[in-house]
Design a protein around this ligand. Structure first.
Ligand SMILES: [Zn+2]
Length: 238
């Protein structure tokens, strides 16, 4: 197989849509969800500001209220500093919430550094929503359900690994459900949450046909994707 997804990937049902600008492992992810007139950002990797500026323009960009982070790897959070700083420079007024799994030190560290540098000149409120539970909650008529997935990173020796806090999310709006799995090995929580969803966004980040503890193979990802009404396979190594 070398069937790379061709970005951007776009899916829409009525006024509920999602655009995946990019999802390339170790490079960048960038996803925009739109429900009615509300925009949510998911996993803002490097390049997200450029893509959002082109897609929604300055006015809508300044009104974005919610950012969802699956985990702290650079290809999922590399654009957070740019966004926070852009909003400061462009004089964002409305509050911002950033949701991330408990223990995701990257988001806290980026926020702390940003706050340290610009504390006296930030004109908008930032709520760090460290998710310590997986209960559903509502934002702008969208029901959000975080769920834990299994993801790891290598230690310095490049052989040993450790688990990292990592979530997938489902987003439900007007009875349509999108399941975004984030980065994960094959796991039951993803199987359960992807099943029956209107769109499942499933990573296939492991490029061999032997199962991995970190990412899914293409065949594992397809098995899960096919339980949804439609699916995208993303995060395929290029
Ligand atoms: Zn990752």
């Amino acid at each position: 197989m070398k069937n790379f997804p061709k970005y951007p990937l776009y899916w829409r049902k009525n006024d509920f849509s999602i655009k995946i600008f990019c999802s390339i492992p170790n490079i960048a992810t960038g996803i925009l969800l739109k429900a009615g007139q509300s925009y949510f950002i998911i996993d803002p990797g490097d390049g997200i500001l450029r893509d959002l500026n082109k897609e929604v323009g300055i006015k809508s960009l300044l009104e974005i209220s919610d950012v969802f982070i699956s985990h702290g790897h650079h290809d999922h959070v590399g654009g957070v500093w740019s966004l926070l700083t852009y909003w400061r420079v462009m004089n964002k007024k409305t509050p911002l919430s950033i949701y991330f799994p408990k223990g995701c030190v990257e988001i806290k560290s980026i926020y702390n550094a940003f706050n340290k540098v610009y504390s006296k000149t930030i004109g908008y409120k930032i709520n760090l929503e460290e998710l310590t539970h997986t209960n559903s909650f509502k934002r702008k008529s969208v029901l959000i359900k975080p769920f834990p997935v299994i993801h790891k990173e290598f230690l310095r020796d490049g052989i040993k690994t450790r688990n990292i806090p990592s979530f997938g999310y489902t987003f439900t709006y007007r009875r349509k459900k999108i399941c975004y799995g984030g980065d994960t090995a094959y796991c039951n929580s993803l199987v359960v949450n992807a099943k029956g969803s209107d769109l499942a966004i499933i990573e296939a980040g492991h490029d061999e046909n032997t199962p991995s503890e970190m990412h899914m193979t293409l065949s594992e990802a397809k098995i899960i994707g096919e339980t949804a009404k439609e699916y995208f396979l993303v995060h395929v190594p290029e």
